[in-house]
Design a protein around this ligand. Structure first.
Ligand code: C5P
Length: 285
């Protein structure tokens, strides 16, 4: 029986800007995305019989079509016209759930890449990214990975020069934030600050880590409900610990900081992990 295991990397937003609300209810975004070493392991196995199911080490996650990984498998067979086979998808989750790190989307993207490897090796990355669009806004980026500008709903991608090597401390507080709810709080005309996306892209092109870190900004930080103020205290702790820049990723609540110095990153990681079990010391990939 055919089987394959792939790594599914988490993403961070080096920037997140909301440009306008669209007629279809989505928002036009402008985001610089970065994948990091933190990852899930996704195994796709062909099994006897029909049906596609997902099992994870977190028993509260759905195993049926509510799981993006299962939806991605259905989207793959629908788009390619290949007959659907029975599949068991096993996901070893390490990326925190509902955290702004595209955990579900990256598992879905890994399923698309796995099914391409098993059944349709001729498919291009572009074709796989378009399949991902139907599964979720972040899935096309997760197919591509690396450093990229994501526009439109998140599906219009431009690969950017890689972020210079650095250390990343990632910290997720215990609560979760609903993405649609946070989008619902945004009045685009009332946003006071926007990230300097062009400047950030120029800093990437020049290989200036400090220039990137200084320009990191996420407009969602502007509309966070007061109950989520812990995000700002984590951000301050990262900056006081020597981070060149620190922001919330995606719709949060995870906060990360970029560090040039390993010793500072390790110290910040140790201090935060004492208070927040879901703290990670990672590198960019
Ligand atoms: O595409 P996805 O299912 O990941 O999006 C989740 C929710 O986030 C959408 O239902 C929508 O409320 C919001 N969203 C948005 N604009 C985007 C992406 C997501 O408003 N570009």
């Amino acid at each position: 029986m055919k089987t394959i295991t792939l790594t599914a990397h988490a993403k961070l937003n080096l920037s997140l800007d909301i440009l306008r609300k669209r007629e279809d209810g989505y928002h036009d975004l402008r985001m610089v995305m970065q994948s990091i070493s933190l990852h899930d392991d996704v195994t796709v196995e062909e099994v006897d019989g029909s049906g596609i199911r997902a099992a994870t080490n977190l028993d509260y996650l759905p195993q049926d079509d509510k799981n993006l990984a299962v939806r991605a498998a259905h989207a793959f067979f629908a788009a390619t016209g290949l007959p659907e086979v029975g599949l068991r998808i096993t996901i070893e989750k390490r990326i925190p759930v509902c955290a702004g790190m595209a955990g579900g989307s990256t598992d879905a993207a890994a399923v698309l890449r796995a099914l391409r490897a098993l059944y349709a090796p001729h498919l291009t990355d572009g074709e796989l990214e378009r399949m991902g669009e139907t599964v979720g806004s972040d899935v096309p980026y997760c197919v591509r990975g690396g450093t990229a500008l994501a526009e439109g709903r998140g599906e219009r991608l431009t690969t950017l020069p890689a972020l210079p090597t650095c250390f990343v401390v990632v910290c997720k507080p215990a609560f979760s934030i609903s993405t649609p709810e946070l989008f619902g709080r945004v009045r685009v005309g009332e946003l006071v600050l926007h990230p300097d996306t062009e400047g950030l892209c120029r800093a990437l092109a020049a290989g200036e880590l400090g220039g990137v870190a200084r320009r990191m900004y996420n407009v969602f930080e502007d509309v966070l409900p007061g109950a989520y103020r812990e995000v700002f205290s984590i951000r301050s702790r990262l900056l006081e610990g020597g981070a060149l820049g620190a922001i919330m990723t995606g719709s949060g609540p995870t906060v990360f900081g970029l560090f040039q110095e390993e010793t500072q990153a390790k110290a910040a990681f140790a201090a935060l992990s004492a208070a927040y079990p879901q703290t990670f010391l990672e590198k960019t990939v």
